[in-house]
Design a protein around this ligand. Structure first.
Ligand SMILES: [Fe+2]
Length: 236
């Protein structure tokens, strides 16, 4: 089965991910050898530290470094992991940092975010103002979400989708929590969030999907692939 990686820091010399093209290519090949043929490149975008224009310019330069070395058979999609602070609303559009040409956007919030009250209002306002479909990155890092499927269900009702990191499925405690979410259809995407060959290593990516399949159902993997394919198709 072909797999998708919806979150990675593979772009060389861009952020705290791959240091150089050699590392990027090793990461891509490691994923490809496990059947991951569709890979999203989602470097950190910190809107409070850098203008979107500067970020996009840097991203293009780093992508141009990698482009000639992307192994045959891998389809990549450029995106960003967008860190949300109040200042982000100063941007005119979020379209340039969505996945490719789609209106799906990978968002990261401060880990203490409650997703209730003002932060809930902010998220819904952000979605409506920019007409984007948010995908919350590595939801296991937010206590407010991972321990509260009802809140996640409420957010999902408004169109928010949820991404989990592949390495987290190797942790029994987290997997137990994921199972509850999976049962309620609250996990839509998986990504490696790989920063290099060590930090969130891409080398165990397939193993996570094998665990999902054996400990829940192969249908769950099919559903994750279905959601991921949709993003890719609208991104290209
Ligand atoms: Fe990340």
């Amino acid at each position: 089965m072909e797999l998708y990686d919806m979150h990675s820091h593979i772009l060389p010399e861009m952020d705290d991910g791959a240091d150089n093209v050699r590392v990027s290519v090793e990461m891509l090949k490691t994923l490809y050898n496990q059947g991951v043929k569709h890979i999203c490149l989602t470097p950190h975008y910190y809107s409070h530290k850098e203008s979107m224009e500067d970020f996009l310019c840097r991203r293009e330069n780093c992508y141009n470094l990698l482009k000639p070395h992307i192994p045959n058979g891998i389809e990549v999609c450029l995106g960003a992991e967008v860190y949300v602070t109040d200042i982000i609303m100063n941007n005119q559009s979020m379209k340039p940092v969505c996945y490719g040409n789609s209106n799906y956007i990978l968002l990261e919030f401060p880990y203490s975010t409650s997703f209730t009250g003002s932060s809930y209002d902010f998220l819904t306002r952000f979605m409506n103002y920019y007409s984007v479909k948010p995908i919350l990155a590595h939801i296991e890092r937010y206590d407010a979400l991972i321990n509260n499927p009802d809140l996640m269900e409420d957010l999902a009702y408004y169109g928010v989708k949820f991404q989990t990191n592949a390495v987290s499925y190797l942790d029994r405690g987290i997997f137990r929590k994921f199972k509850k979410l999976i049962r309620r259809g609250l996990i839509h995407y998986v990504g490696s969030d790989a920063h290099n060959m060590v930090r969130n290593s891409p080398s165990t990516y397939k193993k996570s999907f094998e665990l999902i399949s054996s400990k829940t159902s192969p249908d769950v993997v099919r559903a994750i692939n279905h959601f991921s394919k949709r993003v890719f198709e609208s991104a290209l």
